[in-house]
Design a protein around this ligand. Structure first.
Ligand code: ADP
Ligand code: ZN
Length: 530
């Protein structure tokens, strides 16, 4: 049983020990908590697993009144509240999953001072009834979790978050703490502005996760690649495998299971019961692999996830960082592995082209993708590049990412780039045609396919002019030119187009350095390594 709450006011450290059973604060927790307990506002940027929750839970217990937590993670509120109740914290939540009676009960508890913490979905705060309710009770603090949701620049924008700036006008004396694990310089500034946190102290933790080894490889049969990774390095380990589509999630989970790796699927298309069951199995069992769309993992607290694998290219560096951050919360060595290929780039460009929203929105999505591609194609330390992206500096090489461990060779790809770009250029100028990478590469390789004959592409001057590279190598060249902005891909069919910068290459005024692709191991199609 939890020791009873003493009558004397407790210090944050005493609460940490009595309620949560931890010995000491981590990092900047103590300072953050002191700030809020003292009535000040705080903006907290801390990586996933850094320990953000205690930063508002403890002040909620130390200050008079109820700590109100605004969180978009409705699906997790029940779990969060249950976990708090388990340690004796009187917590409740209000969201759309409850019926009238359940809500009434929570409201009663709030008003009669029988709650320490109240979790609210952001849309609740737009209701006058909720604002009235809070006005009739005593609020100890407002915690705004996942604060990046207020950022229109970010990847997770929620319009309801914009209304949260009004908290300050209605309750000028109640401290506010905004928290996020996603923070580029731009998002950071935007959060402070939009939430009216001009007076807040900023706490920026290091985003480095030294125990995570980052690796990004060319995609070549991703299911077998990931099976190989599990068999050789992570047999019996818990892990998360992310795929973009529900169909690949299903297929990959089945493939892993058939090959002796216990794996379950998780995506929004499964019924709630199956999802809940798979999630709780993952939390409880050892060595289970969850194959999921990105819907899985937000707020999941499993310390011993040993690997996170991406079989498809994430849409942004923020997303990638957040998803890989679910590995190794216990601080032990873990792997973040990503396989990506040309088709990913084509597909994502297409999704951006087709996305709803204005031009500015599509430009933002495009900028996110470009940053992700730059991370994939870098010959520098991945960790350094990640930290730079978040506005932090890294010191030298990390020795725990693929580019540090096996430095990629780069080669002068200027001539190859010129050949490829001029193939695209000639098709455009001479035929007014645009084709995808496959056809352009077939032209360079001089392949006599039906499609080549049909379009008389064997009569182009560039036909057969690129036989020094293999098909796979040309695909690497295309990918890297896309990542460097020297080529663009557009439309439903992923056709290739020149960019402004392409002309510098064609005009021979620009050198193009490319990353040499690692040789694929012989027989890698079989995945039979034991
Ligand atoms: P975040 O919300 O930043 O992702 P959490 O608040 O979920 O992180 O904390 C991650 C894990 O670290 C949790 O299991 C939490 O109980 C644990 N933790 C947080 N602070 C401490 C601490 N001071 N000492 C020990 N464990 C801690
Ligand atoms: Zn490195």
């Amino acid at each position: 049983a939890v020791p009873a709450r003493p009558r004397e006011p407790e210090s944050p450290l005493e609460v940490l020990r009595r309620v949560f059973g931890y010995e000491a604060f981590r990092g900047e927790q103590a300072e953050i908590i002191d700030t809020v307990v003292g009535g000040g506002d705080a903006l907290v940027l801390m990586p996933t697993g850094g320990g953000k929750s205690l930063c508002y839970q403890i002040p909620s217990l130390v200050r008079d009144g109820v700590g109100v937590v605004i969180s978009p993670l409705i699906a997790l509120m029940q779990d969060q509240v249950d976990a708090l109740r388990n340690v004796g914290v009187r917590a409740g939540f209000l969201n759309s999953t409850q019926d009238h009676n359940q809500r009434r009960e929570v409201e009663r508890d709030f008003l009669s001072g029988e709650l320490d913490m109240l979790y609210l979905a952001p849309e609740r705060l737009r209701l006058d009834s909720t604002v009235d309710l809070l006005g009739r009770g005593k609020v100890a603090l407002f915690a705004i979790d996942e604060a990046h949701c207020v950022s229109q620049w970010g990847h997770d924008f929620r319009p309801d978050y914009l209304a949260l700036s009004e908290l300050h006008q209605r309750w000028p004396d109640v401290p506010r703490i905004a928290l996020t694990a996603t923070a580029t310089e731009a998002t950071h500034t935007e959060i402070a502005e939009r939430l009216d946190l001009g007076q807040a102290r900023h706490f920026v933790a290091s985003f480095d996760r030294p125990n995570i080894q980052y690796r990004i490889v060319p995609k070549a049969g991703p299911q077998k690649q990931v099976l190989d990774l599990i068999r050789t390095e992570h047999a019996g380990d818990a892990g998360i495998v992310y795929c973009l589509s529900r169909a690949t999630v299903e297929k990959t989970a089945e493939f892993l299971s058939q090959n002796g790796v216990p794996a379950v699927p998780y995506h929004a298309g499964l019924d709630a019961g199956t999802r809940a069951r798979n999630q709780s199995r993952f939390l409880r069992e050892d060595g289970l692999v969850v194959v999921a769309t990105i819907a899985f993992g937000m707020g999941i607290d499993k310390p011993d996830v040993r690997f996170v694998a991406h079989l498809d290219l994430p849409k942004s560096v923020e997303g990638y960082y957040q998803e890989t951050g679910r590995a190794g919360r216990d601080g032990l060595p873990s792997t973040a592995w990503l396989a990506y290929g040309l088709a990913d780039v084509v597909q994502q460009r297409k999704m951006i082209d087709q996305s709803e929203g204005d031009l500015a929105h599509r430009r933002r999505l495009s900028a996110h993708l470009d940053a992700m591609l730059a991370l994939c194609e870098t010959v520098e330390c991945r960790r350094g590049q990640l930290l730079n992206y978040f506005g932090q500096t890294a010191e030298g090489k990390c020795d725990n990412c693929d580019t540090c461990l096996t430095p990629p060779e780069s080669w002068d790809g200027t001539v190859a780039a010129q050949k490829l770009l001029s193939a695209v250029w000639r098709l455009d100028k001479e035929r007014n045609q645009h084709f995808g990478a496959g056809q352009i590469i077939d032209i360079l390789l001089g392949k006599q396919t039906d499609k080549i004959t049909q379009h008389r592409h064997d009569q182009l001057a560039t036909f057969g002019k690129g036989t020094e590279l293999r098909d796979q190598e040309w695909r690497g060249v295309v990918r890297q030119l896309l990542a460097q902005g020297l080529l663009a891909v557009q439309g439903d069919y992923g056709t290739l187009h020149l960019t402004g910068a392409s002309t510098e290459v064609l005009g021979r005024s620009r050198q193009v350095m490319l990353r040499r692709e690692p040789e694929r191991p012989a027989g890698s199609g079989g995945g039979t390594r034991s």
